[in-house]
Design a protein around this ligand. Sequence first.
Ligand code: ADP
Length: 535
Amino acid sequence: MANARLGAMQDWTMRVTAVIDHAAREAGEREIVTRWADGSITRTNWAGIRKDACKMAQALQRLGLRPGDKVASLAMNHSRHLVSWYGVAGMGGVLHTVNPRLFDDQLDYIVNHAEDRVLCYDAAFQPIVDRMKDRWPTVEHYICYDSGDHAPAFEDWIGSEDGDFEWVTGPENDPCMICYTSGTTGNPKGVQYEHRSTVLHAMAGLQPAAFNFSSASVMLPVVPMFHAASWGLPYAGAMAGIKFVFSAVNDPAVLHDLMIGEGVTDSAGVPTVWLAHFQYCDANGLDLPPLKAATIGGSAAPKFMIERLLKNGTRVQHAWGMTETSPIGTVGGPTWDWDSLSLEEKVEKTAMQGRPIFGVQLRTVDLADMTTELPRDGKTSGALQIRGPWIIKRYFKAEADAVGNDGWFDTGDVGIIHPDGTLQLTDRTKDVIKSGGEWISSVELENAACGHPGVAEAACIGIFHPKWDERPVLFVVKKAGAEVTSEDILEHLKPQIAKWWMPDAVEFVDDIPHTATGKISKKDLRERFRDYALG
Ligand code: ADP
């Protein structure tokens, strides 16, 4: 007799192949549009993506790939890249999305560390392949997504298969994708997403508290498919059966035309992407596209950006996360009291990093001992920790777990949690400045300095001080032609920050170092000013 104490529902293994099966069955005709680097536009749909993914899985098996093998992609956003997301997972493989902006030593390290056997790449990245080929001994096969002269073309390669393929099955904890963190310290680290974690993350991502997808959504993701699983959009979008519009180039003029021409309702990208779009519209006397929603993440969304989008009638979803968190941790959007707020209040609220979606838990702990949990009082800042089924447990090939005994992963971020659950990021643990036993947020000083009309970019680091331990020094890049003195900057900061937060010096520099993902590299800045001494 069946065990009456157990539930009696069906056993479905959560694998990402179920996601593409659903999209093809229930939204098979929904379009997937790609604007290629050469300006041409192609159209397929979810049924077509699934068919091609089956063919790719067959083609990979023909090359001798087995479940668990890694296939790398070095590519921008387009339909063939999307096919690879499902095709590789469908044959039981693991897609390694490689960031083409990494430095050569990082590219060398990650492809060898992952032991990628096949590498699919855009013709635009042929120079990288030519340069790196000898340093990538594990890669046995190169496939070019475009009709490349140096490697089989993707369409021809999968074109000889019939697409009659049963997905490879296995445990839902099997890996399906690996992304490396850009490694602001040491070597990049591999984060392996599981089928299960990916499905759960995507289900959470499409809900109204996050991306707010429906089958009517038309999404142009600017966040690259090679960065943090493109925030899970290709999976969440498939679940909701949305229309995708991909662009293989990130030129704002191209994006703008696509948004208008293809009826795009939603887009997602880091703040610099939105900034470039604003500048393009301003320079050409154009209105912003009539987007319903804009997701901004990867670094803090500035207030002026939020305000302009809100005034445009665009819902702003300010998201926080990291490669280690699949990546969605928190997302901001309209709250229950939204309609009663003034524009200024809405901007203030949206400038914070939003609230955890179901599936993740957050807490802050004391920076000094890294264990004492802090109150969610909207004012106490501490080290931000996270846990949940799509949060990293262990880095790829690492001996030890990346989480403490209690299962919390330390994000390296510093933040405040408000009583309503809203997260407000204030800094990175490594960058926060310790002065006389108190903490100064380098990010807040930078944001305040960037509000000065003559400042193009600002970065703040702690410099050794015999009495206070560390004191903040602000490094500033002036806007072209701007006449600014350090006194001007300090005057500008005065009303915005506590007196003891005042930088001990403001230094003007020609440039500030950046990481491969375009973020300020404090590590390099500290290195550059290693011998800097406070007068
Ligand atoms: P990488 O670590 O490779 O630079 P990630 O995308 O994993 O790339 O970066 C994650 C980090 O980016 C977070 O730990 C946080 O410091 C920062 N970040 C992400 N989203 C936001 C945001 N909305 N506001 C401020 N910082 C953010």
